[in-house]
Design a protein around this ligand. Structure first.
Ligand SMILES: [Zn+2]
Length: 256
């Protein structure tokens, strides 16, 4: 997963969503709301196609799923599911792009704690605050917090609902990215023939799964070869970490 930044909609699209939401709210009030019918009638409109375009742009050139970053982002995802929460059905901040598999697993599951979601929304928070990566298996797991001496509840529920610790193809994808990132560092360290900026650019280009967040800010900073990079070349580390944290850090190359 990777922290994403929401792109504002064009004003007419924004107005369209507001109008549809108002209609939904009125129908809900009157007891005549049919959630699926309401949604499918809007999905065919040009304005909703515009919404999908913006979501695709948000997900970068590969248009990947917001949750797994591994499969194609196939359809609009309601972070707060539309059936139990129709009051958020047309709210722009509630719309994401996700793959068929993640969509099927999440479905209407939406755990709350004190009214707040126990599920990571990468468009509002850094997923690596709640997640850890296992460089041996390629699985994503909940992050352990040494202060509270417990695993992150939000991380645990996210991993459980999206089955991020038991999807073979997903783990293979994450491992591939981890190995590519590691190779770049291993090639760099003995010669240092690239500039730190060039190394940062190459890392970002290869980071298909948002792992740099884990490598620079999560426990990945203690894993070789990132640990060596941090200890041996603190200046390069700083430049690469800064570049990886910048909002425009989506990979730019397209790999199929
Ligand atoms: Zn997915």
């Amino acid at each position: 997963m990777r922290r994403l930044h929401r792109i504002p909609l064009a004003e007419p699209t924004e107005k369209y969503l507001a109008k549809r939401q108002k209609e939904v709210n009125a129908k809900k009030q009157a007891g005549t709301l049919e959630v699926e019918k309401e949604w499918s009638s809007s999905r065919k409109t040009q304005k909703m196609k515009d919404v999908v375009q913006v979501l695709r742009k948000m997900m970068g050139l590969r248009e990947r799923c917001v949750y797994c970053l591994d499969s194609h982002g196939a359809d609009i995802e309601h972070f707060w599911p539309k059936a139990p929460f129709p009051e958020k059905m047309f709210r722009w901040r509630n719309l994401l792009l996700c793959c068929t598999e993640c969509g099927r697993m999440k479905s209407d599951q939406f755990p709350l704690e004190g009214g707040r979601p126990l599920l990571i929304d990468p468009s509002v928070e850094d997923p690596w605050l709640y997640l850890d990566f296992d460089p041996v298996t390629g699985n994503l797991t909940a992050r352990f917090d040494a202060v509270s001496n417990a695993f992150s509840p939000k991380g645990e529920r996210t991993v459980d609902i999206l089955q991020l610790d038991r999807r073979e193809a997903l783990a293979a994808g994450y491992l591939k990215t981890w190995k590519r990132l590691g190779s770049l560092i291993r090639d760099y360290l003995p010669t240092r023939s690239q500039t730190p900026q060039q190394l940062a650019k190459n890392l970002i280009e290869e980071d298909e799964h948002g792992l740099l967040g884990w490598c620079f800010d999560g426990s990945g900073q203690n894993e070789p070869p990132f640990r060596e990079l941090r200890e041996q070349t603190p200046e390069t580390w700083k430049i690469c970490a800064g570049a990886a944290r910048c909002p425009q850090n989506e990979p730019v190359s397209v790999r199929q």
